[in-house]
Ligand binder design. Structure first.
Ligand SMILES: Cc1ncc(COP(=O)(O)O)c(C=O)c1O
Length: 448
């Protein structure tokens, strides 16, 4: 019999994080679910945090954990990084909110333009959800077309038009592997919205060509993540991305890369690694240094619909002074050496664990493009992989993967509960070693 089961892991988890469980119950009286982010459940409830320093968090239950969640990839510099703290402290005394712009906005825009190959002009918002909405409005105004295309399993925030087919489940009417259908991921999304969304399968070259050609006359844009996150981690293949670039160019469809997570892949984002240039790029998470900030950027030609007044987008807190200060400090700290360290630690996690797993013919699989956002899954058999969203249905043992996540938290490591890791700059090689050893021990316990 396995030494670990979902029942035993859940029991240990709730006992270890008893204070968090009680706080969830109490907060539920005033906040639906107990907290404002539905995605934060870690099995039975969230883990409440008292504070963070460097690579660690301390929970209200009195436990110190290595933070491998990092606010779903936001905290690339960990917690309390002196550059960000200093920038915020220096900024506050001169006032925090004005209707007038100030110099920091163009400064951060210049940093992003210098780094991200496709970006010539930038507009800021408060979140990537908003900037994805902006990207769609810009694309619609630029092309004069209405529908959008997206990939099944791609997540682009919670707007009606985009919270569609990110988390399609086998028991939903999601069409076939090669002809996925638009499915609302939440109640409250009008069914009419589904008519405006065309869905493609990840890494399905034949399907993508057929579907894009069929709908080309109506499609304003195709939005995609080069490596998806919230809908399940899938890395797009180079040939697939190149094919989508040439098809969208030919068919007059604006190509949008949502690099909200993948900007942490390197100095030039993940598009720099692929060497493929989109028309628009959505940015978020790390660009605010832990403060709420989103951005859409792209070629001057496309972005100029904002300049000419053809498109109007305006939010009270867009380009907030504190977010710009923290974001600028974060991006300046992320130099080439910082990305090199993050990426080499990531490569080590993936290669050491996969070599170990292959040697013992275990179904444990670590995967991702190779940067500091990666996934672990316990597969249904040793040789299975994840190439698209539906492989999560067919190939991943979700209960055993959940056991790994619960046991990691119980043993001092806080991942993303669905089986993802995000590294931060303050992590020491010893932190990485103890994570690797702990995951091995958990798998040994699971397989014993
Ligand atoms: C790729 C991607 N796009 C957009 C979003 C939405 O970002 P936000 O939650 O900041 O609105 C997310 C959030 O996880 C994301 O991962």
């Amino acid at each position: 019999m396995n030494r670990l089961s979902i029942e035993s892991s859940l029991k240990k988890f709730t006992a270890k994080f008893a204070e968090s469980a009680a706080m969830t119950r109490e907060a539920r009286e005033v906040i639906p679910g107990g907290y404002s982010r539905n995605s934060f459940n870690f099995g039975p409830h969230a883990v409440f945090v008292e504070q963070g320093d460097g690579a660690h968090i301390e929970t209200v239950d009195g436990h110190r954990l290595l933070d491998l969640n990092n606010n779903f990839t936001v905290n690339v510099l960990g917690h309390g990084h002196p550059a960000i703290t200093r920038a915020l402290i220096d900024t506050i005394p001169s006032g925090i909110s004005f209707g007038n712009p100030g110099p920091p906005e163009a400064d951060l825009a210049r940093i992003l333009i210098e780094r991200i190959p496709s970006v010539e002009k930038v507009q800021f918002s408060c979140s990537a959800t908003e900037s994805c909405m902006s990207a769609i409005r810009i694309a619609r105004a630029y092309t004069g077309k209405t529908k959008i295309a997206k990939l099944e399993g791609g997540y682009h925030g919670f707007s009606d038009i985009l919270q569609i087919s990110s988390h399609t489940q086998p028991d939903q009417d999601g069409g076939t592997d090669t002809d996925p259908k638009a499915v609302a991921d939440s109640g409250g999304i009008p069914t009419a919205t589904l008519d405006d969304v065309v869905v493609l399968g990840q890494n399905d070259r034949d399907g993508a060509e057929r579907i894009l050609r069929t709908h080309a006359g109506d499609l304003a844009c195709l939005i995609l993540e080069l490596q998806s996150g919230s809908g399940g981690l899938v890395t797009l293949e180079q040939e697939f991305v190149e094919q989508l670039r040439s098809l969208t160019k030919e068919l007059d469809i604006v190509l949008v890369f949502d690099e909200t997570i993948s900007l942490r892949a390197g100095y030039h984002g993940l598009q720099g690694v692929y060497g493929v240039v989109p028309d628009l790029t959505v940015m978020g998470k790390i660009i605010g240094g832990g403060m709420p900030l989103g951005a859409v950027g792209g070629s001057a030609d496309v972005m100029d619909v904002l300049e000419t007044g053809k498109v109007s987008i305006s939010g009270t807190h867009h380009g907030h002074k504190l977010a710009l200060a923290a974001g600028t400090a974060c991006m300046r700290t992320l130099d080439h050496a910082a990305f090199e360290k993050l990426n080499s630690q990531s490569a080590r996690v993936i290669s050491e664990l996969n070599e170990w797993s292959e040697a013992r013919k275990s179904p444990l699989l670590l995967y991702g493009q190779g940067f500091s956002h990666m996934a672990y899954s316990y597969m249904k058999a040793p040789d299975l992989k994840v190439r698209n969203h539906r492989d999560y249905w067919h190939n991943v043992d979700s209960e055993k993967t959940q056991i790994l996540s619960l046991e990691l938290a119980i043993r001092g490591f806080f991942p993303v509960h669905r089986g993802e890791l995000s590294l931060s700059l303050p992590m020491a090689d010893d932190d990485i070693s103890s994570f690797i050893e702990t995951l091995k021990e958990i798998v040994e316990d699971l397989e014993s």
